[in-house]
Design a protein around this ligand. Sequence first.
Ligand code: 13P
Ligand code: SF4
Length: 314
Amino acid sequence: MSVLTENNISLQNEISILKKAKNAVILAHYYQEPEIQEIADFVGDSLELAKKAATTNADIIVFAGVHFMAETAKILNPSKKVLLPDINAGCSLAESCPPEAFQELKEQYPNHAVVTYINCSAEIKAMSDVVCTSSNAERVINSIALDKSIIFAPDKNLGRYLIEKTGREMLLWDGACIVHEAFSIDKLLELYAKYPLAKIIAHPESEEHILKISNYIGSTSGMLNFVKSSQQDTFIVATEAGILHQMQMDVPNKTLIPVPAKEDNSCACSECAFMKMNTLQKLKACLKDESPEIILKERLMKAAHRPIKRMMEL
Ligand code: 13P
Ligand code: SF4
């Protein structure tokens, strides 16, 4: 639902003026607040956003998303200024994989290929052979030679799903997303009993029991495409609730029901507190001050660029 208060409209206007004056581009993830998605030049899933970041002519990239996404944009554009409205907008999944511990695992399995989900820090990317996102993970795993063993990090839920899809054995890092692990299977089943014709759609970061009963599993963009092309008119949606803004605009006459979290919360849905740290106010301030900026060491950027480039080539 769009939040077009007078204050938001005036902030959006100020952001537009600043954006033009500074030749900046605003890239936003589907989990951002609706008022941020509305002002963005491009809204997408993490793969689409990385691709946009790689091809923009803007001097400044404002990344309305979380830290690992802005870092990826910086790695793809070392000479550009990349801003993140709230520098503390992290990701539980990225944080679940500290570089020192990951290095130890790599040393135990020196001959394994290392495939990492893009939701990780630049340090982890730098230790990887190839990066993937939820929309290309299967293709990336299938690109690894069959005689090569694989370490997959940091998301164990996506990893388990990929083992099933590709038939490849993989050593999984024990990481997870707090938002996608919060969905209640009991509440989902209650909803399904109420709407038996509904299609259940889920992001692959969700737990195994949720994925098992889902009719479609895919990235945020994949889920949007599925809902648009399906003949069905009711969907039970297991991903962060921010997606519902774009989804409802795409299918205004269909019914979208977010899967509630295990814990009771006011919106009966799951929101990523990190994604929601960005606000219009902070977005305006970061454009005006050109800060907070993503700063990475040259050597780290070079090392992290290689596995991202490999993913882009695939
Ligand atoms: P997508 O790649 O599907 O946009 O997912 C990003 C993410 O952070 C999911 O929690
Ligand atoms: Fe990270 Fe989960 Fe938030 Fe996505 S939804 S940014 S994986 S904490």
